[in-house]
Design a protein around this ligand. Sequence first.
Ligand code: GH3
Ligand code: MG
Ligand code: MG
Ligand code: MG
Length: 320
Amino acid sequence: DQLLNHTGQTIQNSRSMLDTINRQSGNILLVEDSELRAQRVVEPLRSLHNVVIETDPVTAIRRAKAGIDMVIVSLVSKKFDGLRVCASLRFNEENQDTPILAIGDPEDEARLIRAYDIGVNDTLMRPIDKQEMLARVNTSMRRKFYADSLRENFNENLEMVVSDPLTGLGNRRFFDRAIHPLLDAMDTRGEVFSIMVFDIDHFKRVNDILGHDMGDQILKEVAARLVTNMRAIDIVSRYGGEEFMIAMPTTNQADALVAADRVRDLIAGTPIYVDGQALHITTSAGVAEVEKGEQLRDVFRRADDALYKAKQAGRNRVLG
Ligand code: GH3
Ligand code: MG
Ligand code: MG
Ligand code: MG
């Protein structure tokens, strides 16, 4: 089921990607202070694109920042320095990838070449060949839409790769990455942190008696209780099947034990309701404070050993 669901999503993603690539028409900002020259640029583009003319460079830069698919800048003008406009555009986070086409006169050739250094994608020399300009604009636009769709898909896929669909928590891959800043904080600022591993008691039995679906509902509820009871800065993950790994920044062993026992109590002390049935679920946890210079796998092993001892000692308890 889950697999089908994901496949569906992927197909959906590819579809929206195709839509994006096939998208042709875009919003273009033309920075030009001569009405006559502006019209020469707008006229060939108008049938396919939406072109807005801006004569004031400050307003133009603000507009581009607000969102535009492409900018065309006239290099020579009475009111502004086109190269500086291009540089300012590139300086904005929002316009790092916005295609910029610079247009200049033959005597501006040196400046047109310099424009590439500033980060302009393409240049044109007057007199403008209408067909050539339209072709260049369309190519830049297609490239931009394609890059946008790749980025969007990448972010969506990344989300799928690091998150657990059942509980919505980060998965093991997420945890293993998210913990790195804590290791850095320990190296540079000497900040301590602890990890804890929670494991549902006799979960195999729960599945056998109540069925896998009920088991899934229990996992969801345990995850929800974990999240709501940890601080926002804690890293909570579903590390394995019915195992949850948590990292607590700036928390020593003693405080981590207290926090873990509070969560344990919260799960054991309040029944989980699934299909109107009150289920009494318990968990066991192992806690380990990370020691300076310690390898992560050694920390995990210590937490795991503590968990094992908690199980041996009768479960529904926390050990460090
Ligand atoms: P212990 O108290 O020693 O932890 O016993 P246990 O039965 O919980 O431990 P064990 O690791 O032997 O079994 C874990 C069980 O968790 C086995 C597996 O069927 C179940 N499980 C793992 N992932 C899922 C899941 O996504 N959904 C459900 N419903 N069950 C799962
Ligand atoms: Mg287990
Ligand atoms: Mg187990
Ligand atoms: Mg278990």
